[in-house]
Design a protein around this ligand. Structure first.
Ligand code: BGC
Length: 739
């Protein structure tokens, strides 16, 4: 066989390999393709750009033909994406498809509650369904990759991105992260309506010092493995298609060049073969971190640590060729990265599917209904002295406040594709449900930061004329999310004063707070007859809230994060250690005239209670649940066995309700001090009025494992407490021994 003949055979072989019906597996197709690629084409695959504007520029089309970009993010219209994909598939040398990524975080055209709100539903099935719906809408517009779920644990409400996370607890967040991955990715990545998910930001981003976004994280390895890594591991176990590195340094080393995280843990221990993308510009930010001299250094560090794709900055484009030539970056590393990228493109079916005709989607009845259910389930009733649900005698309501009719704000932080014209606000919903004649409205303040009292008189007048005042305060969407850290957690602007003014009318007052984080609002809660907390609830927040307040739905949300009394208590979280001097229950409050508590030298504050305002897991209902009769299947759990813990939950009220029953454990003596409680299970239980149900959980030794002082995952024999509980501060307790 002469040389040109061999070339023809190889080309034919390749063509067969790339065909959908070829009997070859993904790995063989990937390898065949990598073998044909030039270094420039490889670097192109490793580069992701935001630079796609409508209409597609000739220059960009040329770059796509030349294979300069492997992926675009947050770019183009559906028509642009279809055209760009057509060019990549049919006019580039190797016909490698583009991968379109976008921040589809809590919905797409239909916006669901922010992730922190979804977490408040404690309902993996709901979270999965919402992600599924978001994927379906995004897929239809040519998106095949989302940058979610954010799997960062955060215990600091100052950090604006607490909005995008799933709360403070690794167990709860892990379950929800896995649900989100399943929802986005569906049964198979190549199926219609499936998009690749991305576990971000690996790792430690949520531990930003001072709650200031992008700030350094110092996390000892035991804590990293106990608290910060488990949700990422859950994403990996759910088959997440990609990981994104974090902006921050972790223990001094940028996450984006962190071999310990990316090589030792992710690729090594977790055997992860998916795609790793940097965060936005994070490769070049290694210069500002002070670990890279220049772009070349940064590119070398990132590639050698295992970052397959560079988002936005162009250090790979600018330097990888020279770095390979000099031997500073082995070609094998480049090939490895390209393989990860192509593998995902094959798994998504991008090589085999025809470019779909572009279309624009609108929220449909099904997605809006799901959005309403999600908003209803994620609302947390924090106080009710009997004013809720609103009685029939309440004929006229005064709707007051800057968040009562603010479509953009109620959609929350990541809603760039959200359609404000579909949003139903609380005001609109009340008008629809009660009829406009029964609804008075006064905004009171222009927005949540407004400090002017100009609108107060009108608001007070509305409250006076109504049978009840429904006040909607909180945070505009721009106050939470990325780069939106706050040093004060109070209601911004003059909102507290507005609540004071309405309170002074003496009318029954319900305060609904719509926000992107836990806020501190002690006085407001004291003045209000009831407080409903809604992390930005999305498109259908209005009807969900209105139906809850009117008693047509029952509140069932539970806090996925501890609410502090004051920002000075932060970080505050339920799974803390006991300390050598735990405060006593009797040390609550500060005795009048004595600034220093007589009981003395314990771990507390002298100017505020040591307890949170509302504990993790907390939430009320329109009924009352009683916990009793905790039972264990045995007093001893033998190493390889299981133990069943059960308790009776009774609905003692006159209305049906859904309780989220929580299972906590405490390891009483271990070689490394263990948290006072750790969540190990939960279940939503719907109970009719008067109904009692036995709820059971099983525990095995694996549920009791922890990282010891040598960072080994171990179990140690000894005594354990176990609670079945309505939240992290209450419950019925039992005890068993692990042998
Ligand atoms: C954020 C990521 C996001 C990316 C792309 C970054 O600034 O940290 O979470 O996915 O931008 O928009």
């Amino acid at each position: 066989m002469n040389l040109s003949c061999a070339g023809v055979v190889a080309a034919l072989l390749l063509a067969t390999m790339l065909r959908a019906d070829a009997p070859l597996d993904v790995e063989s197709r990937v390898n065949a393709l990598v073998a044909r690629m030039t270094l420039d084409e490889k670097i192109g695959q490793m580069s992701q750009s935001t630079g796609m504007r409508s209409p597609l520029a000739e220059r960009l089309k040329q770059e796509i033909r030349a294979g300069r970009w492997g992926s675009f993010l947050n770019a183009g219209s559906p028509a642009d994406r279809a055209e760009a994909q057509r060019i990549a598939l049919h006019e580039s040398r190797l016909g490698i498809p583009l991968l379109f990524g976008r921040d589809v975080i809590h919905g797409y055209k239909t916006v669901f509650p922010i992730p922190l709100g979804q977490a408040a539903a404690w309902d993996p099935e709901l979270v999965e369904a919402a992600a599924r719906e978001a994927a379906r809408e995004a897929w239809a517009e040519g998106i095949r990759w989302t940058f979610a779920p954010m799997s960062d644990i955060a215990r600091d409400p100052r950090w604006g991105r607490v909005a995008e996370g799933l709360g403070e607890d690794p167990y709860l967040a892990g379950k929800l992260v896995a649900a989100m991955v399943r929802g986005f990715q569906g049964e198979s990545l190549e199926a219609q309506g499936s998009i690749a998910a991305c576990a971000k930001h690996f790792a430690g981003y949520g531990a930003a010092e001072g709650g200031r976004d992008y700030n350094s994280a110092w996390i000892p390895e035991v804590l990293l493995r106990e608290v910060y890594l488990p949700p990422f591991r859950a994403a990996r176990d759910a088959g997440v298609a990609s990981f994104m590195t974090a902006f921050n340094t972790l223990n001094g080393v940028p996450a984006t060049s962190n071999r310990f995280l990316l090589r030792d843990i992710l690729r090594g221990e977790w055997k992860y073969d998916g795609l790793v993308v940097s965060d936005y510009n994070a490769v070049m930010e290694m210069i500002a971190h002070g670990v890279a001299r220049d772009g070349s250094d940064a590119a070398r560090e990132a590639v050698n640590a295992g970052v397959d794709m560079e988002m936005v900055s162009t250090a790979y484009h600018d330097h990888l060729k020279a770095l390979v030539a000099s031997g500073a970056v082995p070609l094998a590393e480049i090939d490895e990265a390209v393989r990860d990228i192509l593998r995902l493109k094959f798994r998504l079916g991008l090589f085999d599917q025809p470019v779909a005709a572009p279309r624009e989607v609108e929220p449909g009845a099904q997605s809006l209904a799901l959005a309403e259910r999600a908003a209803a389930e994620s609302a947390v009733l924090l106080k009710d002295d009997g004013v809720l649900p609103l009685a029939d005698a309440v004929r006229t309501v005064a709707i007051i406040g800057p968040l009562a009719d603010s479509p953009e704000d109620q959609m929350g932080t990541w809603a760039m594709d959200g359609q404000p014209q579909y949003v139903e606000t609380p005001l609109a919903a009340f008008r629809k449900l009660l009829g406009s004649g029964r609804v008075l409205y006064a905004r009171g303040l222009k927005n949540s930061r407004d400090t002017s009292h100009e609108g107060f008189a009108e608001a007070v007048e509305a409250a006076r004329r109504a049978d009840a005042a429904l006040v909607f305060v909180g945070e505009e969407r721009i106050l939470s999310g990325e780069a939106r850290s706050r040093a004060y957690l109070d209601l911004p602007g003059a909102q507290e004063a507005l609540v004071d003014a309405i309170h002074a009318t003496g009318k029954p007052m319900v305060v609904t707070i719509l926000a992107g984080r836990p806020l501190t609002f002690h006085r407001v809660a004291a003045e209000a007859g009831a407080v409903l907390y809604c992390f930005h609830p999305g498109t259908m927040g209005g009807p969900a809230i209105a139906k809850l307040l009117l008693g047509r739905e029952a509140p069932s949300g539970r806090l996925p994060i501890t609410f502090p009394r004051t920002v000075g208590q932060v970080p505050i979280y339920y799974a803390h250690l006991n300390t050598g001097r735990p405060p006593l229950a009797s040390e609550l409050g500060i005795p009048a005239g004595n600034p220093v508590h007589p009981e003395g030298y314990t771990s507390k504050y002298i100017d505020v209670d040591f307890t949170p305002e509302y504990p993790f897991g907390f939430g009320l209902a329109y009924t009352k649940f009683d916990y009793s009769n905790l039972r264990l299947s045995a007093p001893v759990l033998e190493g390889g066995g299981r133990i069943t813990v059960s308790a009776e939950i009774a609905n003692r009220g006159s209305r049906a309700g859904t309780e989220t029953v929580q299972l906590y454990i405490r390891d009483l003596v271990a070689s490394v001090a263990q948290p006072v409680r750790k969540l190990r299970g939960f279940e939503r239980v719907a109970l009719k009025a008067g109904e009692t149900r036995t709820v059971s959980f099983t525990l095995s030794a694996a549920d009791l494992a922890f990282y010891d002082e040598h960072v080994r995952l171990v179990t140690q024999p000894g005594r354990f407490y176990v609670w079945i509980a309505p939240n992290a501060a209450e419950g019925v307790r039992g005890e068993f021994e692990l042998r």
